[in-house]
Structures are given as C-alpha cells and as structure tokens.
Design a protein around this ligand. Structure first.
Ligand code: FAS
Length: 388
C-alpha cells in the first residue's frame, strides 16, 4: 500500500493527526494493534483544556468532543477548608471541556471513518523499516494473517511509550530523560456521582482527588504507598479514606468498576524525530495525571505535525518538519514543569513525613499564593487553559 503518511497507533494523538491530514486531503493509513472496541473503552484522561478545545474547533472537529463544558472552577480542599479557584476567569475566559478520553477517541474514529479514512484495527507486528531513506517501509499483519507492506514519505509514531516506533529507533538515536516523583496513587473509577467541580484535597493523611468521568461516574486518586497493591484496598478501606481525605463524611459511594496503581513518573525523549519517523504524544513524552495535561499535550504534537507535513506535501516546504522536534519539546518541558510544580505543591503540603517541615512550608506558601496572589493565580489559570 503506497500512501503519504503511515500513522502507528489509534489513540488520541494518532486519531487527531489522521483527522487533520484528512481535513487537508493528505492520504494516510492508521495501523492500530488493538480492536476498535478496546481502544474506545480505555478510560484515562477526563478534560480537554481550552487550548485543545479551540484547536478542534479551528479544524472543524468540535463535534468530536462529547460531554459538558468545563466551568473552569477547581476546588482545593486544604485540611478540610475549601478554596475555589476559577482558572477560566483567571485565564481571561478560556473554558475547556469535560470530555473523557474514551469519548474523544470514539468521536475521532467515527469522524475519520465517515470521511473514508483507512484505519486498520487489530494489525499485529507493526514493524517500521528504512527510517532514513526517501520513503519508509512499514509491515503489519492483519487478523487473517496476511502481512501487508506500507510505504510513505512520512511515518508518525503515535503508539505510546512501549510502541513499535520507539522500539525501531537505533541505539543512541534519542536521549530519554526520566524522573520518578516518588509518589504513587490508587486510581479508582466508580459509578458514583461526580463532584460539581474537580476536587483536589491536601491533608496530613495524604493527597486525594475526585473528577468527573461521566454523568454517573467519578475518577478518584488516592495517594498510597509505592508497595501498595490494588488488592490491599477493598471498597471498605477505600471509601472511609476518601471521605477522610476529601473532608466529606457524606461522600456518596458506589460500585468500584476499576482500580489500579499509577506510579508518578515522567519521561521525555529527545529529539522527537529520526529520519522520516516523527514521534508524537506519549510515544515521545509521558506526564503524570497531575494537572490533567498528558492527553492535551499529546494532541498538540499531532497538530504541529499535521501542519508541518501539509506544508511539506503541498508546498515542498520542510521547515516545519525540521523544526518539529524543537517546537514540541519546548512545549513538552513547560507542561512537565507545570505538572511537577503542582504535584510537589499538593503532596509536600500534606503528609509531613514525606519531605520534612521546610519543604512542607514551601508547599503551603505556594498553595496560599494561589488563593491570595493575583499574579500567581493568573499564571496558574493560563497553564490550566493550556499554553500553545
Ligand atoms: P496512547 O497510549 O493513548 O495510544 C497509543 C495507541 O497505540 C494505543 O491505541 C495502542 O494500542 C497503540 N499501539 C501501541 N503499540 C502499538 C504497536 N506496536 N502497533 C500498533 N499500535 C500500537 N492524561 C490527562 O490529560 N489527564 C488524565 O487524567 C490522565 N490520566 C491518565 C491515567 C492513566 C492510568 C494513564 C495510563 C494515562 C493518563 N493520562 C492522562 C495520559 C494519557 O491520557 C495519555 O496522555 C494519552 O493516552 C496519550 O495519547 P496517545 O499519545 O495517543 O497514546
């Protein structure tokens, strides 16, 4: 199959890129190893920030966003005391969307297929070859066992951190920067009423949070020990802890539909391109869920790459492709710094045993500034809206 762009991975990044290329009449093929049913039910992110909402609108893709608008208000509960921060107003009226990741993925798939897009689920053993010639060659095997060869001038690696794209890079082609934040969370999905606003709670008992994940669903984060396993946390232990840390004895509960542990670690791969391969989204950088930026940062890479490939194909102008890595990395490091700033603030301000009294006071000072210092609050609002 000869095309213009081969995209590996049908997550938010690959599907956003595919829809944008389709919008610009640039042929592409998407190769996804999982089934449609699997990718459409992978619950992860929950908020599309204002910058990304505008991006989808600009590309005529606003209809892929399901769910209600985000009113832009976060509730910080510090030792049981509530502080509402209206980051939408602080950012000059920029509003995001409460769009769970699986809802966005469903919308992007439907839109791409409705436009006649070539999206091949359950493609096994995707293997990129010849990354540095004029054309890349990628092989993949369909469910009937037939192996197909795809050739194209451009290859987009949108297949996450453990995908085939990263694995196809020769040793030394990229440097990988990783960081262990030494924080672990239980990540819990439950059929329980979502909070009126995202709720982030700081207390001496450890961090906890609750987010919208649908009209009858909530996502909870509960700081735990790194050695804790989900099996150590049955419902009769989870709910009292959540009530205590969220400071709400009347917190409604419900069936826990998913529980896991996420160890907070970050990763950035430099550069984000090699020959004809362009890494995008989690294939190039991983963020913690703190600040809700991982998916938002990922799809901004897709837009940068769509614009760059379009200029190269239409006008022979490859300057965007040459600048792709630097453009995306500048943004990725800003998002990593914001997420780390927030993670430190909300964890060091809580459990004193973690970092000692001096850093605890620093974190408390950072939190207090968020509620009292208009400059600090505005900077926070701008980052919550998403930096371009
Ligand atoms: P993805 O990993 O989503 O998609 C990659 C795709 O490539 C997958 O469909 C995979 O099946 C496919 N693939 C992999 N290897 C392949 C191969 N060899 N061949 C073909 N296909 C292959 N972000 C937020 O903004 N807010 C949050 O609250 C949040 N919470 C999270 C909670 C958890 C538990 C996790 C794990 C992540 C969370 N994230 C959150 C981050 C997450 O949303 C990612 O940023 C987002 O999925 C990135 O999208 P993609 O880059 O498309 O990668």
């Amino acid at each position: 199959v000869d095309t213009t762009v081969v995209i590996v991975g049908a997550g938010p990044t690959g599907l956003t890129l595919a829809n944008m290329l389709q919008h610009n009449d640039i042929p592409c093929v998407v190769l996804e190893r999982r089934s449609r049913e699997f990718v459409e039910n992978r619950h992860r992110a929950g908020i599309v920030d204002a910058r990304v909402r505008r991006m989808y609108q600009d590309w005529g893709l606003a209809d892929v966003l399901g769910g209600p608008p985000d009113d832009g208000i976060l509730e910080f509960r510090v030792d049981g005391e509530a502080h509402l921060v209206d980051h939408a107003t602080l950012s000059g009226g920029q509003y995001g969307w409460l769009c769970p990741q699986q809802v966005l993925v469903r919308g992007l798939i439907a839109r791409f297929l409705a436009g006649g897009g070539d999206l091949r689920f359950e493609t096994a053993d995707v293997t990129p070859h010849e990354l540095t010639g004029d054309r890349v060659r990628v092989t993949g095997t369909d469910p009937s066992g037939v192996t197909t060869t795809f050739t194209a001038p451009y290859l987009a690696g949108c297949d996450g951190t453990r995908g085939a794209s990263r694995a196809s890079l020769p040793a030394g082609a990229v440097a990988t920067y990783t960081f262990d934040h030494e924080v672990s969370w239980l990540t819990i999905l439950a059929t329980a009423p979502p909070p009126p606003h995202p709720l982030l709670a700081v207390s001496e008992h450890g961090y906890a949070a609750q987010f919208y994940r649908g009209p009858k669903a909530s996502r909870y984060y509960l700081q735990c020990r790194p050695e804790d396993e989900p099996a150590d946390w049955p419902a009769e232990r989870v709910w009292p802890q959540l009530r205590m840390r969220l400071g709400d004895d009347a917190l409604p509960d419900g069936p826990i539909t998913e529980i896991g542990r996420v160890d907070m670690r970050s990763e950035v791969c430099e550069p984000m391109s090699y020959g004809r391969l362009f890494l995008a989204g989690d294939a190039a950088h991983v963020m913690t869920p703190m600040g809700g930026k991982g998916m938002n940062l990922a799809v901004l890479d897709a837009e940068t790459l769509a614009v760059a490939i379009s200029a190269a194909v239409r006008d022979g102008d490859e300057s965007g492709l040459r600048a792709y890595s630097a453009t995306c990395l500048e943004r990725a490091w800003r998002y990593q710094e914001f997420s780390r700033w927030m993670l430190e603030m909300l964890h060091d301000a809580g459990d004193a045993s973690r970092v000692g009294p001096f850093r605890r006071r620093l974190a408390r000072t950072r939190l207090a500034a968020l509620f009292t210092d208009s400059t600090a609050a505005r900077v926070f609002g701008e980052m919550m809206a998403g930096a371009s």
